[in-house]
Design a protein around this ligand. Sequence first.
Ligand code: TYM
Length: 332
Amino acid sequence: RPLLFSGMQPSSDSLHLGNYIGALRQWITMQDEFDALFCVVDLHAITVPQDPAELRARTRATAAQYIAAGIDPARSTLFVQSQVPAHTELAWVLNTVTGFGEASRMTQFKDKSARQGQESASVGLFTYPILMAADILLYQTAQVPVGEDQRQHLELTRTLAERFNSRFGETFTVPEGVIPRASAKIYDLQNPTAKMSKSAESEAGLIKVLDDPKATAKKIMRAVTDTDGEIRFDREAKPGVSNLLSIHAALTGRSVDAVVEEFAGGGYGDLKKAVAESVTATTAPIAARTAELLGDPAELDRILADAAEVASERAERTLERVYDRVGLLRPA
Ligand code: TYM
C-alpha cells in the first residue's frame, strides 16, 4: 500500500473545525487504502513560546482527538514526533540543501514572524518548513493530506526531495499533496475572509472540537453573514454565507450546490440552525470519546510509545541511506 503521512501541531487545547474538515476527515477515509502514519508534531509546536506542562497535555489531547475522530491505532501508526529522533536528524541534513532565500519566501514564516516581531521570532520558526519536509521524506511518503495553508510547505518539500535526489542519487520519494478542493480552507466565523486559526485574536469565530455543543451552536448562530439575504455560494461577495455552506456540505457529505438548493429561498437563520446541527453532531461524539481516552493517559502513552518504535525503525532506514549518500562516515 502507498504511504500516507500527515500531522498537526499540539498548539491548542482543542483542534478546530478547520483542522477537522481540512485534514483529519481526509485522514480517516484514507487510512484503509494507505499505509498511514499520523504524527503529533510537538517539535513544530515549540517554534513559538510554549508552556511545558500545557504542551504535554496538548500532545496527549491531540493524539486522543485523532483516535476519537476515527484514526485506528491498530491500522495506522499514530505517534509523537519528538519520540522519533530521525525527524530532527534528517532536518539537519535538509537544512544544508535549503537556500536561505528559498526559506525566506515561506509566507507562513513571514506572517508568524511579523506577528511576533522580527527580533523575537525564533530561528526554529524559520526552519520549521524544513523539519516538516523531514517528517514527510523520512517515510518515502507518496501522499500528504493537508489543508490549503500547507501548499507552499509541500512545494518546498518536493523541491528539496528532487534536489537531494539529483545531487546525491535517488533517495526520496517525491510526495504529492492531497488538498481537497471545496473544503481545504475553513474561515473564521466572525471574520470570514481570514482562515479559521487557533491564533485568531478572538475565539468568537473559532469552532473548537472539544467545546461544549451549546457554546458551539451559539457561535454558529452568531456567525457574520451579509445583508442581501440571499443564500448562494459566492466567496468574494458573500464570504460568511459561503463558509457556512461549505462547512455544511463537507459535514453532510453533499456538494455545495445541493446544499444551496436545499436552503435557497430560506433565511440565514435556517441555514445556521442546520450548520449548528451538522457541526455539533460531528464534534460532540469526538469530544466525549476524547474525554474517555484522556481518562487513561497511561494507555494512551503506551499506544504512542509502541507506534514511535514502529516509526523509528522505518525512519532509520531512510536516515541511514541519507547519511551514507552525503558522505558521513558510518560507525563500523
Ligand atoms: P496545523 O497544525 O496548523 O494544522 C493541521 C492541519 O489542519 C489544516 N488546517 C486547515 N484546513 C482548513 N481550514 C483551516 N482553517 C485550517 N487550519 C488548519 C492544515 O492545513 C493542516 O493540514 N505544518 C503543519 C503540521 C505539519 C505537517 C507535517 C503536516 C508538520 N509536519 C508533515 C503534514 C505533513 C501545520 O502547522 O499544521
